[in-house]
Design a protein around this ligand. Structure first.
Ligand SMILES: Cc1ncc(COP(=O)(O)O)c(C=O)c1O
Length: 417
């Protein structure tokens, strides 16, 4: 089967030839197989993968222990409309890894987990408004999907009902004053502050010292719920996610991606007094929640992370890339920036000091968008928005390949067209 035929068949059967709009701007390449940090396309071309399926393949592609655990876990049934022992074990494992949360529920996507958390916050406080932040992504549904139209934040999709965004107050991130001002004006209407603990979705920006603690104390003072959206950071930046790494405990948090090593699982967790409402007056449902595939994958993935502790070696790998990329680019006459954490960092052209979505626009993001396709041509699998992920399977061979291929790509880069 040639790649061209597949493209034609995909476009004939599926709008844009893709099953998630996020992939429309990504590499239009069909992957035949993947293992560890490597992927191979239909022509046999090899890539070192720094996209990792947008984050889920935190253990690398299809590790044997994970695939075998899922095969064993699904042999005697998939979903029952009742409970099974694996889901209890998986829930215990999640709570053990997080350390701070009393209770959790499984969901199927990060988008749903965010909806459940915001609903719980509203149920708990009896308030409507939710503070969120410029440049953060919380899923594709009407009440969270936004884009900047040049003058302000608005709907991002045809068919989206604009009034569903009315109860969200969108503020610049890493800025305590705007949060204080919003609480001064709307304090008794604010149900929750919803934030990525590290803003991976726009620039892989880490919180300023004291920023998350300020959100914590501001929420406490007003009785609002602090929600960390850890769909990317959960189990990735540390076993306990951003909450553990940055030392600030939320009331609720959402998880997905790395939680099950690439199998489709999401979750949310939090304080018992808030979570317990799901057993009485607050609805969260889902036919496929806590199926045996997802539970087995979660147990195997989290057991691996707990027992192997791959975080220190992953930190060395990612930091080597963060340090080397701007240096190699400079040797070939290009100014490039790299920032973030070894497990999730952001690459672009330019040198702006980036602390939020607005200052991120000071980088030459447009040039990187074009360059990302050049990187893919040179065997580094990334997308155009500049976020690079590292997996626990990235070894020295993958590092050498990434650095060599990056150097060839940047040395032949003539600048944006
Ligand atoms: C921070 C964050 N929250 C929520 C989501 C939505 O998760 P999903 O794509 O699984 O619905 C994403 C997806 O990238 C995300 O990055």
């Amino acid at each position: 089967m040639t790649e061209r035929t597949l493209q034609e068949r995909a476009r004939a059967t599926t709008p844009g030839g893709v099953h998630s709009n996020v992939r429309l701007s990504g590499p239009q390449v069909f992957i035949e197989r993947a293992k560890g940090p490597w992927m191979w396309d239909m022509d046999g071309k090899q890539y070192v993968d720094h996209l990792l399926g947008q984050g889920p393949n935190f253990l690398g592609h299809s590790p044997d222990f994970l695939v075998e655990a899922v095969a064993a876990g699904t042999r005697d049934g998939l979903i029952f409309g009742g409970q099974n022992p694996l889901e209890v074990e998986a829930a215990e494992r999640v709570l053990e890894c997080l350390g701070w949360a009393d209770m959790m529920r499984f969901a199927s996507t990060g988008t749903e987990a965010v909806q459940a958390a915001t609903r719980l916050a509203r149920a708990h406080t009896g308030r409507r408004k939710i503070i969120r932040f410029e440049g953060q992504y919380h899923g594709w549904l009407d009440n969270v999907l936004v884009a900047h139209d040049g003058s302000g934040w608005t709907t991002a999709s045809a068919g989206q009902i604009a009034t569903h965004l009315d109860d969200f107050i969108i503020l610049p991130w890493n800025d305590t004053e705007s949060v204080d001002a919003a609480f001064a004006e709307h304090g008794d209407e604010i149900a929750a502050i919803l934030t990525e603990p590290m803003m991976v979705n726009s620039g892989a920006i880490v919180p300023k010292p004291g920023y998350l603690a300020h959100l914590r104390s501001t929420a406490d003072a007003s009785g609002a719920v602090l929600i960390f959206d850890e769909v990317i950071t959960g189990f990735r930046v540390s076993l306990g996610g951003g909450a553990r790494l940055f030392g600030v405990t939320p009331d609720l948090a959402t998880y997905g991606k790395a939680i099950a090593g690439g199998f489709p699982v999401a979750a949310f967790a939090g304080r018992a007094d808030i979570m317990e409402r799901l057993a009485s007056d607050t609805n969260h449902s889902g036919t496929l929640n806590a199926n045996t595939m997802g539970s087995a994958a979660t147990i195997a993935a989290l057991d691996h992370l707990s027992t192997e502790d791959p975080y220190p070696s992953l930190a060395i790998h990612g930091q080597t890339l963060i340090d080397a990329i701007p240096r190699i680019a400079a040797e070939h006459g290009h100014q490039m920036s790299a920032q973030g954490l070894p497990a999730a960092f952001h690459i672009s052209f330019g040198s702006a000091h980036v602390t939020d979505w607005r200052s991120l626009q000071g980088l030459d993001l447009a040039q990187y968008r074009e360059f990302s396709h050049h990187l893919v041509e040179h065997g580094i699998w990334v997308t155009d928005r500049g976020v690079w992920y590292t997996s626990t399977s990235h070894d020295d061979k993958a590092l050498d390949a990434a650095l060599e291929r990056f150097e060839t790509a940047v040395s032949t880069w003539k600048g944006a067209a």
